[in-house]
Design a protein around this ligand. Structure first.
Ligand SMILES: NC(=O)c1ccc[n+]([C@@H]2O[C@H](COP(=O)([O-])OP(=O)(O)OC[C@H]3O[C@@H](n4cnc5c(N)ncnc54)[C@H](OP(=O)(O)O)[C@@H]3O)[C@@H](O)[C@H]2O)c1
Length: 329
């Protein structure tokens, strides 16, 4: 391969799933003003990656084809663009790439300095790459639920659904840094794992009580962090909520927005809150520090070489990851 070229995986149209991915040789991107060029060491996938390919956010994303997907990366700085102050060649980092350009499924990628944080040696590339979207979403959902991670504040009863997934497994660990009682749902094969992450009680979602989201100890939830890909109807949450209980909905559909509006307009004490993560440097740095301090870990579902990125994509599409799916050049 020529010196200025790299291997990447891209797609050129909406749809087609794994079959739409193509291995290509493309020029190594250049770091412009305020950007750093990274040699990618690990990229974690999110359901958002295949949702963009499916056309869920069309016509906004992708902005143009071909598109190299992947937004959550860890790697080493190779070059810095003009005006970059905080990084130099050789620095290990974690970066959140903007959705417009993405590029994580390539050997090199440019990241904005404003969305890049230092990665200490205690945080592996794979662990760090899991954090941007999934970790920040979990953190911001807990903030919306009123949880203070320094342990201050009154005890809150939380339900975290899909606690074995990318967002859910971070949410359980972060919630337990605060003053919380955590009920979690997952499949039977992950009951032990989710308990080991700190959940106080764990429900198998394939049992009647699990499907009904009923706490084994009988507690009513002050907040639900709703992490399942599929939508759970309000009628299932409602009887399990405390008087002022709220559902933080991470995958809101039209019905969820309707419920949100109705609850707001009727001044209902029980609320549904659609949440979209605001990916930012401060929160990413905070999470990297927690991993460094051993207070948070990334559960790795699987690692796949970039040459087999299709396997990682298929796993993500399947919706049954335990923790994060990682691709490595
Ligand atoms: N709003 C935002 O800003 C934002 C940000 C990030 C993610 N999201 C969305 O949040 C959702 C979750 O993302 P993710 O990365 O955590 O997905 P993920 O890693 O693909 O989640 C997979 C996990 O969900 C579990 N699961 C599936 N259905 C379940 C159910 N009914 N009850 C309990 N567990 C269930 C699966 O367990 P089994 O394998 O046992 O079935 C699996 O472990 C996605 O829709 C994603 O797009 C939104």
């Amino acid at each position: 391969m020529a010196e200025n070229m790299m291997h990447a995986v891209q797609y050129s149209s909406y749809g087609k799933g794994v079959a739409g991915l193509k291995h290509v040789e493309v020029p190594i991107p250049r770091a412009k003003k305020g950007e750093v060029l990274l040699k990618v060491e690990a990229t974690s996938l999110n359901p958002l990656d295949w949702k963009i390919q499916k056309g869920v956010i069309r016509p906004f994303l992708p902005r143009k084809f071909p598109y190299i997907p992947g937004t959550d990366v860890a790697g080493e700085v190779v070059k810095v663009g003009a005006g970059v102050k905080d990084f130099k060649a050789g620095d290990k980092v974690v970066a959140a790439l903007t959705l417009g350009s993405a590029g994580g499924l390539g050997e090199f990628v440019v990241a904005e300095e404003s969305l890049t944080v230092a990665r200490p040696p205690q945080v592996s590339a794979a662990e760090g790459s899991g954090l941007p979207i999934a970790g920040i979403t979990a953190y911001q959902a807990l903030t919306a639920a009123g949880v203070k991670l320094d342990g201050s504040g009154p005890q809150l009863n939380l339900l975290i659904t899909a606690a074995s997934g990318g967002v859910g497994h971070y949410a359980v660990q972060l919630a337990k840094l605060g003053n919380t009682h955590v009920t979690a749902t997952c499949g039977a094969r992950n009951l032990h794992l989710v308990k080991s992450l700190g959940a106080d009680e764990v429900l198998d979602y394939n049992t009647p009580d699990g499907a009904a989201l009923k706490s084994p100890s009988g507690c009513k939830y002050d907040s639900v962090i709703q992490c399942t890909l599929g939508v759970i109807p309000w009628s299932t949450f409602e009887p399990n909520l405390s008087t002022n209980g709220k559902v933080i909905q991470l995958t809101p559909n039209a019905t969820a927005f309707m419920t949100y509006l109705v609850k707001k307009l009727t001044l209902s004490k029980k609320q549904l809150i659609p949440l979209y993560a605001d990916v930012n440097k401060k929160d990413l740095d905070y999470l990297v520090q927690l991993v460094k301090e051993g207070k948070l870990k990334t559960v790795i579902d699987s690692k796949h070489p970039l040459s087999k990125a299709e396997d990682a994509w298929a796993k993500c599409l399947d919706g049954h990851a335990t923790g994060k799916i990682i691709a490595e050049p």
